[in-house]
Design a protein around this ligand. Structure first.
Ligand code: UFG
Length: 329
């Protein structure tokens, strides 16, 4: 059985759905602080805090868990700069509690949601896994810290893990059942589409003076269902004996903010109000993955690679769920 911590969140919920489709038994643990109960489409559900050892002990005693997929974390880069303590508490101290509970209950495998934010300002594009990890924000630092813990937990205790460094997770369940619903929303694609729906007045373009062809920042958008598939492949690799390691997950294609808005306009069939704004602090000009290792070693092949498809799936979700899951005021 697989335990998905943070399985009611954006990426976790898509992973739960995919695991169930593949016939895996799943138990989700989520405290619903940011997650949505309606996003957990099946399997067992336990509401609770993964930072609480008692909760983990009860969970790990109640279910025959072989692998933990760990999605639960604070992820707002901006907030991590004003309240790093909050991020260390959940992402690192919580992670330590989880690893100790896994050790105590002899759970052998963990798949961890890491981030391109662990690299910081890239000195090479596309970014390979052995690029220096020098985060420029506290969020990325907490992800790096937990990756390091995982390394040493394998060396000393034999707990094997794969860290998956996501680039820009985007899109929504192609069947329209799940999608992105953050409060507050900070990500580009949902904000662009909510603007198209008239739920927001205008999309601000943060920075038009980057050293890029159109002056706006470039990112590697990767479909959330493709991310989910990579988790399953990573788990299967661990079962076959793969060593503890880390993989980038991206398409290897960079799109600028203006290209994203333009593609969204094509998808929705109308123009979207936009305005130029200053750069957002801490944003690198370009983040593009080299995901060759995940393709070669895990057999990962993104199915929804092109930006238009990614935005189409997101649009299907937002246009049918303009208030998301409808469980927040
Ligand atoms: N952007 C805008 N206007 C907006 C929102 C975003 O122009 O209203 C721009 C940003 O400045 C950036 C790009 O759109 O250049 C993408 O921004 P997102 O906030 O969607 O994503 P980020 O690249 O900042 O961050 C994402 C994840 C982080 C992770 C980071 C690096 O959200 O958790 O990738 O992996 F740390």
């Amino acid at each position: 059985m697989i335990c998905v911590i943070g399985g009611a969140g954006y990426i976790g919920s898509h992973c739960v759905k995919r695991l169930l489709e593949r016939g895996y038994e799943v138990v989700t643990l989520d405290n619903l602080e940011a997650g949505h109960r309606a996003a957990v489409v099946g399997g067992e559900f336990v509401q609770g805090d993964y930072t609480d050892r008692q909760t983990l002990d009860t969970l790990f005693t109640s279910y025959p868990i072989e692998c933990v997929m760990h999605f639960a974390a604070y992820a707002s880069v901006a907030e991590s700069m004003t309240d790093p303590a909050k991020f260390y508490r959940l992402n690192v101290v919580g992670g330590y509690t989880l690893l100790e509970a896994m050790r105590a209950h002899h759970i052998p495998y963990l798949i961890f949601s890491s981030s391109a934010a662990t690299y910081g300002e890239p000195c090479q594009i596309p970014i390979p896994e052995d690029h220096p990890q020098e985060p420029t924000n506290a969020y990325g630092e907490t992800k790096r810290a937990f990756e390091q813990m995982l390394r040493w937990y394998d060396v000393a205790f034999g707990l094997r893990s794969i860290s998956l460094r996501y680039f820009n997770a985007a899109g929504a369940d192609p069947e329209g059942q799940l999608g992105e619903d953050h409060h507050p929303e900070t990500h580009l694609i949902p904000l662009v589409l909510l603007t198209a729906l008239g739920k927001r007045p205008v999309i601000k373009i943060f920075g038009t003076d980057y050293d890029t062809p159109d002056g706006t920042a470039i990112r590697d958008y990767i479909h959330v269902t493709d991310l989910a598939d990579a988790h399953i492949l990573a788990y299967e690799a661990l079962k076959r004996g793969a060593p503890t390691s880390a993989y980038n997950l991206g398409n290897g294609l960079g799109y600028s903010v203006r290209e994203v808005i333009r593609t969204a306009e094509e998808v929705v069939g109308r123009s979207i109000p936009q305005e130029e704004a200053p750069r957002r602090a801490g944003d690198p000009a370009r983040l593009v993955a080299s995901a060759d290792r995940a393709k070669h070693e895990l057999g990962w092949q993104p199915q929804y690679a092109d930006l238009r498809t990614i935005i189409e799936t997101a649009w299907r979700w937002h246009s049918t769920h303009p208030d998301g899951y409808g469980d927040r005021t």
